[in-house]
Design a binder for this molecule. Structure first.
Ligand code: TMP
Length: 214
């Protein structure tokens, strides 16, 4: 693959969408072909899956059903969009990828779907492929959730299914992301999302320029 694949991860309201857009603008200024995408919902089929996954009652499906649907979205996303773009020398920035499934469906949902089974699903849906770099934005869930709910009030956003799960769930998934990053220090970098938008952007640029020698 000739392009680079960078994923942004973290809990609710950490500022992923803002930061991913700023990084995309930075890379484009440097004349790298870059696309921005997200999970769930990076393809037409994914948009339909996203509606099922992130709207409605928090209890409408269990962790196993969620994991299967997230991996279905992911495989389609990879084969339709991510892999062809990387082959085409394009950098792909994705707002969430597989770490979210381990953090939310395994750590968040208290191991109701086992890590071993998630790894098996990963093998089926993703194979041996993984991101070149994963940026984990970290913030206390109380702060992130407050931001998410405030944003939802001023928009038509009804995608609050996971936000509506209790704070213990959000604390567990935060620790899950930190654990994943600790286990894979070569791929993952954790950044403090309490900083201002510009400060965090500068931190991200530093990581990306150093990692890829830009
Ligand atoms: P977001 O794009 O606004 O972050 O919303 C996506 C939601 O879906 C978010 O609450 C996290 C959740 N999610 C999972 O639970 N597992 C996954 O694998 C992915 C990609 C997202």
């Amino acid at each position: 693959m000739k392009g680079k694949f960078i994923t942004f991860e973290g809990g609710e309201g950490v500022g992923k969408s803002t930061q991913i857009k700023l990084l995309s603008d930075f890379l484009k200024q440097k004349h790298y072909d870059t696309i921005l995408t997200k999970e769930p919902g990076g393809t037409d089929l994914g948009v339909e899956l996203r509606k099922i996954l992130v709207t409605g009652n928090k209890d409408k499906m269990d962790a196993i059903t969620e994991a299967l649907l997230f991996f279905a979205d992911r495989h389609h996303h990879l084969s339709e969009k991510i892999w062809p773009a990387l082959e085409n020398n394009t950098w792909v920035l994705s707002d969430r990828f597989a770490d979210s499934t381990f953090a939310y469906q395994f750590y968040g949902h208290n191991a109701r779907v086992s890590e071993e089974n998630l790894r098996y699903l990963y093998k089926i849906a993703v194979g041996d492929f993984k991101p070149d770099l994963t940026i984990v934005l970290d913030i206390a869930p109380e702060i992130g959730l407050k931001r998410s709910f405030a944003k939802a009030e001023t928009s038509d956003n009804k995608e609050l299914r996971f936000e509506n799960i209790n704070i213990d769930f959000h604390n567990r998934l935060r620790n899950g992301f930190l654990q994943i990053a600790e286990n894979e220090p070569d791929r993952c970098v954790v950044l403090d999302a309490n900083k201002t938008i510009e400060e965090l952007h500068q931190d991200i640029i530093k990581v990306v320029t150093e990692r890829f020698g830009l």
